[in-house]
Design a protein around this ligand. Structure first.
Ligand code: ATP
Length: 574
């Protein structure tokens, strides 16, 4: 397929600020994409060249790309740098420079989607000495073959700034309309996507095998599964209503969630909550999993925590020292860890996703040889809320965050990617005060005055509405931002700055920010109350009172923020 067709779609997407129009544009486009190209096209519409979990990132330096534009356009670097300074955007620079292309070097054949995709892949995995030169020439060749508008998007893609405002869910909507004629079938696609978070696979399966093929999608070892999440209640007593009968109550550990995969060849891969491959951060865990699990193939989940020499749990901040690319071995010794396993999703060729909790945990108990570094979550089984509370108090005393209460009913399957009522969390914050934390996406900023002049004075924060695939504003956040943080914010957020509000953002004119951001960065916010508000859009018009910044949630993607529905549910209970 001709790359120019995708370029035309990018141009249309870029012009629209409406999520619905985006879906329509994509659906129309997908209808005409040949089956063999649909998976590639799905990645490219997201500005990616593979599924996110595969971690194939381009991220070339702007300087090298500028040189490539120089080769392709015959314009000297000084002039190009001037255009870049004026436009502030590598894409516009490329477009301007290549409007009048010299008829030299490479003949202008048709640039196909396949060729762009393959070459970008080659660039992404290339390393070693001399690779910069080869990368630059490869880009130059692509730019020569592309139209000026095509060059704009290619250059943005290679430096990682192509942002069309399209999210995974927008693509799934587009696919559902294009291939099944009905948007409501997106639900089926989403369910499969929770088990297989790879738009390329979903698109190709749908195109080749229809919805029947989609419904058959199951666990593949080595490909992460979106993690199951826990609901919350206001009063512990509500638990018996939500989960009648016997309950398992497990400790809730404040560490990092890990999904561990071991394939037939013995290769172990660890995924984070964001489904990033974090295997290299934990070579010690890989070793323990290899040694202490009695299964040739598995997918299991647990929380990793830092421990001291006696095996006692250390705070989250200590564990964070293990989040590093360098000196990994040194920190393996400095900060030993323990994995508290709590679920089994696949074992020796069989998927356990749809099995009840009892069956999954029963098998997990059998195959884990417990020790200092690998063990199972502490737990009790009870029907009595008093006992749940006793165990909760004990967990707090041991320094943990609270408990997770899990259903043992026959339908207590692993609900991939879903915050369902099979798991309920009960944390210390819920008991102490009437406050709660929210994980919100930063979508805009207001320039500060007085002491904060020249910096961001407040941030516009939003929830995620799963139903509509939009972000809805919930508060202006100014409290809790330290001087250090105020310095850091423009750097951290700068790369996500966009000209107009994000396409999927629903915002009232009273909350028009001075600066807009692509919804990427998630922050944890503490607030005392939720009130009705005519200025915000979350849940149809709610706002937080006295919001306070707590920390960045690097482990969460924008779509994993607190949802608008959760906010509405919290209001209902107060
Ligand atoms: P929070 O901010 O409360 O941690 P969250 O949005 O990150 O919430 P939730 O699903 O609401 O995620 O809370 C569950 C999280 O608690 C899991 O993602 C996991 O990391 C952690 N956890 C700790 N112990 C357990 C356990 N025994 N079972 C399940 N999850 C556990």
């Amino acid at each position: 397929m001709d790359f120019q067709k995708l370029v035309d779609v990018y141009a249309e997407l870029e012009k629209t600020a409406s999520g619905n129009t985006m879906r329509e544009i994509l659906a129309q486009f997908f209808k005409n994409v040949p089956v063999e190209d649909i998976s590639i096209v799905s990645y490219l519409t997201l500005g990616q060249i593979s599924s996110e979990y595969e971690g194939v990132v381009l991220g070339m330096a702007e300087k090298s790309v500028l040189k490539a534009i120089g080769i392709a356009s015959g314009i000297e670097q000084g002039k190009l740098q001037k255009i870049l300074d004026e436009t502030g955007d590598i894409g516009l620079t490329a477009e301007k420079a290549l409007l009048k292309k010299p008829m030299t070097l490479v003949p202008l054949g048709t640039l196909t989607i396949q060729e762009v995709f393959e070459r970008l892949h080659t660039i992404a995995v290339m390393g070693g000495s001399g690779s910069q030169e080869v990368k630059m020439n490869t880009i130059a060749q692509l730019l020569q073959k592309a139209s000026a508008a095509g060059a704009k998007y290619i250059t943005r893609m290679v430096i990682g700034t192509l942002r069309m405002g399209v999210g995974d869910m927008t693509v799934l909507d587009g696919l559902a309309i294009a291939y099944t004629g009905e948007k409501k079938n997106k639900e089926i696609l989403e369910k499969a996507y929770n088990i297989c978070p790879d738009v390329g696979v979903i698109a190709e399966t749908l195109a080749k095998q229809g919805l029947l093929g989609i419904e058959k999608i199951d666990v593949t070892v080595g490909r992460p599964i979106k993690m199951m999440l826990a609901q919350r209640v206001e009063e512990l007593e509500e638990v018996s209503e939500k989960i009648p009968g016997k309950l398992t109550v497990e400790g809730k550990y404040d560490g990092e969630r890990i999904q561990a995969h071991k394939d037939k060849r013995g290769k172990i891969t660890l995924f984070s909550r964001r489904l990033e491959n974090i295997t290299e951060q934990f070579p010690d865990l890989v070793g323990y999993l290899d040694k202490h699990i009695d299964a040739t193939e598995f997918v299991m989940e647990g929380e990793v925590i830092a421990i001291d020499s006696s095996g006692k749990c250390l705070p989250f901040q200590t564990l964070m020292q293990r989040k590093r690319k360098y000196d990994v071995e040194e920190f393996v010794k400095k900060v030993p860890v323990q994995l508290k396993l709590f679920d089994l999703l696949y074992c020796n060729g069989k998927s356990y996703l749809h099995e009840a909790y009892d069956i999954r945990i029963g098998l997990l108990e059998k195959i884990v040889h417990r020790g200092k570094h690998i063990t199972l979550a502490d737990k009790i089984v009870t029907e009595d809320i008093e006992e749940v509370n006793d165990f909760f108090q004990k967990m707090l005393k041991d320094g943990f965050e609270g408990v997770i209460i899990k259903s043992m009913a026959t339908d207590s399957e692993y609900q991939a990617g879903t915050r369902g009522w099979n798991w309920i969390k009960w944390k210390k914050e819920y008991v102490k005060e009437l406050s709660d934390t929210f994980d919100l996406v930063i979508v805009g900023a207001f320039i500060g005055r007085g002491r904060r002049s020249g910096k961001y004075g407040a941030l516009l924060c939003a929830t995620y509405n799963e139903k509509t695939d939009r972000f809805e504003t919930l508060c202006k956040l100014g409290t809790g931002l330290t001087d250090e943080l105020l310095e850091e914010l423009p750097v951290k957020l700068g790369k996500y700055k966009i000209e107009h509000k994000a396409a999927r953002l629903l915002v009232k004119k009273e909350m028009e920010a001075d600066v807009w951001f692509e919804p990427r960065v998630v922050v944890e916010v503490l607030a005392a109350e939720i009130t009705k508000s005519p200025f915000h859009t979350a849940g149809g018009g709610y706002a937080l009172r006295f919001p306070r910044f707590i920390k960045f949630r690097e482990d969460k993607k924008a779509e994993q923020a607190t949802t608008s529905l959760e906010v509405v549910q919290m209001v209902g209970k107060r």
